[in-house]
Design a protein. Structure first.
Length: 464
């Protein structure tokens, strides 16, 4: 068995010494199929990170342990140039959180603080609830209707495959607190930005506008938000007591963990892929985003095991994404002028199966896009018409005109768990996780070994 393999390797070397490494790379379809059938690296990483570290709130000691964990694992897997690129950031940590209807029907509600929420006194605040269906309705209301009250906003987000409800229906979280504060509200609670009917609130970042006083800002679980609406519909004044005691603990260190599969041809450029290492603190951040960390690392590892690719593959596990893309911004600021990044892509939408691929490849790379598409089609992945945006952490590169590839995952159940205590390992389906690894392996096999130049997509193309 060994002799014929050696003879084949020798023949390849004799025919084309310069490309011996590339010809030793197995067929991309074979790499893809092996990942789909039997990858265990991604599950090991996902299980390890969520078990041995757990929640990884940005800028905290837990996130630092996650970086150390990642350095150990990436080194053990054989990656080169494994290191941490540190940066500073302001850190917000959760305190106590309780909500209670005082009148007319006393009862407790389930609430969690939104990122950067202001704090109530330790014993809480008590005020009348004023309800708005949308942020626009809140904006249109006279300040006198809001001043001193607890604003409550709902939304009509529904589950769907492409997750497109998150943008428009996320406004109560992203903009509601600033608008409510400007109008003199005592606090704000929103219907969680999610699609489940479990009694789990969904946290998530919001940032008060410049000069706006931080007020307490919480999310009610969806059953509790609907309960509050029913109580309000009875027509009597509704009084709520709210306790939220988060704290800003000043600037702390976070960091990005970087690892490489070195290429044979330094002039061919670097492909940057990854996910984010930090998570919210309520669950263990399995789908958001230990999964992306695991998927992209496992795919790069699979290419590395198959022999040196032509291009360097760099895996970046970003810090502090959840609280404002601090890691992605720090990475772009530090490396935007390196001049060697030719392609970017992030996995940050859970671990359910990839159903669509989108790119923003330059017209000169149409053939490369077609080859990637052909490799992904057997996994049930269609080609989308939208331009790739490379995710939160690498989006700045796509906006700057670097080529990007997105592998869109099925988002039908993503927002049932997103940013809740329910984001735990058991929500990941191992077979769908392997399909993700297979898809990223196929993309890396096609692009890292592509004989043609990977061209900048161009700024105009990226913005379409
Ligand atoms: Zn994420
Ligand atoms: Zn998230």
């Amino acid at each position: 068995m060994k002799k014929p393999l050696l003879l084949i390797a020798f023949a390849a070397f004799a025919l084309s010494p310069a490309s011996a490494f590339q010809t030793s790379q197995p067929d991309p379809a074979a790499l893809r199929d092996a990942a789909l059938a039997s990858d265990t690296v991604a599950w090991d990483l996902l299980e390890g990170l969520t078990t041995e570290v757990g929640q990884r709130m940005a800028g905290t000691e837990a996130e630092a342990r996650a970086r150390d964990w990642a350095v150990r694992r990436l080194t053990a897997l054989g990656f080169a140039n494994v290191h941490i690129e540190a940066f500073d950031m302001p850190v917000w940590v959760r305190g106590e959180e309780r909500a209670e209807i005082v009148a007319p029907f006393p009862q407790n509600l389930v609430v969690t603080a939104l990122g950067n929420s202001g704090a109530t006194p330790v014993r809480g605040i008590e005020a009348e609830v004023v309800y708005f269906e949308t942020v626009a309705a809140l904006e249109a209301a006279p300040d006198s209707a809001v001043r001193g009250r607890i604003v409550f906003i709902t939304h009509a987000m529904q589950a769907n495959q492409d997750g497109s409800g998150y943008g428009p229906f996320g406004a109560p979280r992203r903009r509601g607190p600033s608008v409510a504060s400007r109008k003199g509200a005592a606090a704000i609670v929103i219907r969680s930005i999610g699609t489940d009917y479990h009694r789990n609130p969904h946290t998530g970042v919001q940032t008060f506008d410049e000069g706006v006083r931080p007020i307490p800002a919480g999310a009610l679980s969806i059953p509790d938000a609907e309960q509050l609406q029913r109580i309000l519909r009875r027509g009597q004044p509704v009084r709520m007591r709210l306790v939220l005691t988060p704290r800003n603990i000043g600037r702390r260190q976070s960091g990005n963990v970087v690892a490489e599969v070195p290429g044979t041809d330094p002039s061919a450029g670097v492909i940057v892929i990854g996910g984010h290492l930090d998570s919210w603190d309520l669950g263990t951040g399995a789908i958001d985003n230990a999964a992306g960390v695991a998927i992209t690392t496992a795919a790069a590892h699979r290419i590395m095991q198959a022999g040196r690719p032509r291009r360097t593959i760099r895996v970046v596990l970003f810090g502090a994404e959840e609280v404002g893309v601090f890691g992605g911004n720090a990475y772009f600021a530090a490396h935007r002028n390196d001049g060697n990044v030719v392609l970017v892509g992030e996995s940050d939408f859970g671990a359910d199966r990839v159903w669509r691929m989108t790119t923003n490849l330059a017209p000169a790379n149409t053939a490369l896009g077609d080859r990637i598409n052909a490799l992904l089609a057997p996994l049930g992945i269609v080609r989308g018409r939208d331009r790739a945006n490379a995710g939160a952490d690498l989006g700045a590169w796509a906006n700057a005109g670097i080529a990007a590839i997105d592998l869109n995952q099925d988002g039908t159940r993503y927002f049932d768990y997103h940013h809740t205590p329910d984001d735990t390992l058991d929500k990941v389906d191992p077979a769908q996780l392997r399909q993700n690894v297979a898809a990223w392996t196929a993309v890396l096999a096609a692009t890292a070994n592509a004989p043609e130049r990977i061209e900048p997509a161009g700024v105009a193309a990226a913005r379409q």
